[in-house]
Write a protein that binds this ligand. Structure first.
Ligand code: SF4
Ligand code: SF4
Length: 110
């Protein structure tokens, strides 16, 4: 299993399993037309977490959104995102859990 697969598996087990958009088996129910930034941008998310100060989560969050949102197809050219407006972006909803999960993989705990 390559390293990104390891992160993806850990995200599925720890984040998708409790996500409001997953079914009772922890499987994502989104269609191809819908957007999950966590899934689409996992390499970027891992990279930002690795290059951020672990004591400054606010900065990590800001950098993450700067890098991900501009490339995310949910956001329009004017910067509007319907998921953000509805507090329904998975990256926002599970930000802390995503960080914890990546850090646990890095520490060899999962
Ligand atoms: S929306 Fe994202 S975080 Fe939620 S189950 Fe689907 S892939 Fe996982
Ligand atoms: S807030 Fe919107 S544009 Fe930014 S990552 Fe989430 S879904 Fe994508």
């Amino acid at each position: 299993m390559d390293v990104m697969e390891k992160y993806l598996k850990a995200i599925e087990e720890n984040v998708c399993s409790i996500c409001v958009d997953s079914n009772e088996n922890g499987k994502c129910t989104l269609t191809d037309k819908e957007v999950c930034a966590v899934q689409y941008f996992l390499p970027e998310i891992v990279s930002v977490i690795h290059s951020s100060n672990p004591d400054d989560l606010q900065e990590c969050y800001q950098r993450l959104k700067e890098i991900v949102c501009v490339n995310c197809r949910a956001q329009t050219d004017s910067g509007y995102c319907y998921l953000r407006e509805d507090s329904n972006c998975s990256l926002d909803r599970y930000f802390m859990l995503i960080i914890e999960t990546i850090q646990k993989v890095d520490a060899g705990k999962i």
